[in-house]
Design a binder for this molecule. Structure first.
Ligand code: ASP
Length: 345
């Protein structure tokens, strides 16, 4: 074995890339990783040492839950020294959540962790899975001066590499399924793979990988809509164990100013619920205080999520709330960019 060969671990969790039609009902269901590999013999010609780790029962990513993020992180932790990079095959539906979660879980990560999948199964004639998987492997193996080119948790899809915690799934139809609306792509793959090094986060002093494995999922996402009722607010905020709320507001972080609405926000904050304001807009940032309609939220103690995605906000909140931090520390960390997930003004 050539010791200089890049070493890549593929972690197969499931998703369309590895699905086939169940003749019993015509629905797509996952099959095993060996079958995926049979469809891409080209991988051998990369000349890398590629190993794989497959979930015993691959899943549709709608079944993802925090315990599965812990499992993925533990597989990376156990194999961290032995591999140059990791490729995670995952369904597209919740890939942005999983990539966000992993970015916060893997403290002091210094190697590439690339999530990918596809819109069409690998066995389909027009599959997008082949290119996605092959290029993800190449990116996970890329080094310069013996250092990984992209030592981050990323999503690679349809010729674009994005920081994982900046992505959102925007299409259930097109191959171009993911968008990084508020942050530049880290690489574009055409004839050549062009890395945008100025956008990539590089670690400072080498440190040991620390994995945060706990989540507190007593949180809620409340999306505002014209006509929202006090009963609806009460149903969400009245939940006994509630510790955090991602409040999806309008535009630059705006919300109704009616007293019944603000009273409920204030009471929740007094009860110890951390409320993070994120915008429903795919692009742009919350600017608390820019409009009268957000100044009230700021005064009530709502925190700005700036341009964070809902996926990154929920996973970051679940991880911070599971740590032994007091509310003020949680708020302070929500307001900071921990893994490049927000652009501070
Ligand atoms: N339902 C699938 C999943 O997320 C969709 C996909 O992989 O594209 O597992």
């Amino acid at each position: 074995m050539n010791p200089d060969k890049p070493t890549i671990l593929i972690i197969y969790t499931g998703g369309t890339i590895g699905m086939i039609n169940d003749p019993a009902n015509g629905s797509l269901k996952p099959f095993d990783l060996n079958k995926i590999m049979e469809h891409i013999p080209e991988i051998k010609s990369l000349g890398y040492r590629i190993e794989s780790h497959s979930f015993d029962s691959p899943i549709d990513s709608s079944e993802i839950e925090p315990a599965i993020w812990t499992r993925i992180a533990e597989i990376i932790e156990e194999n961290y020294q032995a591999f140059d990079g990791f490729v995670i095959l995952h369904g597209t539906d919740t890939m942005a959540y999983s990539a966000s979660a992993l970015s916060f879980m893997l403290e002091d990560l210094a190697k590439p962790v690339i999530f990918t999948g596809s819109q069409l199964p690998i066995g389909a004639l027009r599959t997008d899975g082949k290119e996605n998987l092959i290029t993800s492997i190449v990116i996970a193996a890329a080094k310069e001066f013996d250092k990984p080119v992209v030592p981050e948790v990323c999503v690679y899809f349809e010729s674009k590499l994005a920081r994982g915690n900046r992505t959102t799934k925007v299409s259930a139809e097109q191959f171009n399924a993911f968008q990084s609306a508020n942050y530049p792509y880290l690489a574009n793959a055409g004839v050549h793979i062009i890395y945008h090094r100025e956008a990539i986060r590089y670690p400072g002093e080498p440190k040991e990988l620390v994995v945060h494995k706990e989540f507190n999922n007593h949180i809620a996402i409340l999306k505002l809509f014209p006509g929202i009722t006090s009963e609806y607010m009460d149903a969400v905020l009245g939940y006994q164990e509630l510790k955090g709320l991602v409040l999806e507001t309008y535009g630059a972080g705006n919300a109704p100013t009616e007293s019944w609405f603000l009273e409920r926000i204030k009471i929740a904050i007094e009860k110890g619920v951390v409320i993070l304001d994120v915008t429903q807009c795919i692009k742009g940032s919350v600017e608390l205080g820019r409009y009268e309609t957000s100044r009230h939220l700021l005064n009530a103690g709502v925190i700005s999520g700036y341009d964070i995605t809902t996926e990154a906000a929920t996973t970051k909140m679940m991880i911070l709330l599971a740590q032994n931090l007091d509310d003020e520390e949680v708020k302070m960390l929500l307001n900071k960019s921990l893994k490049g997930e927000i652009t501070l003004p």
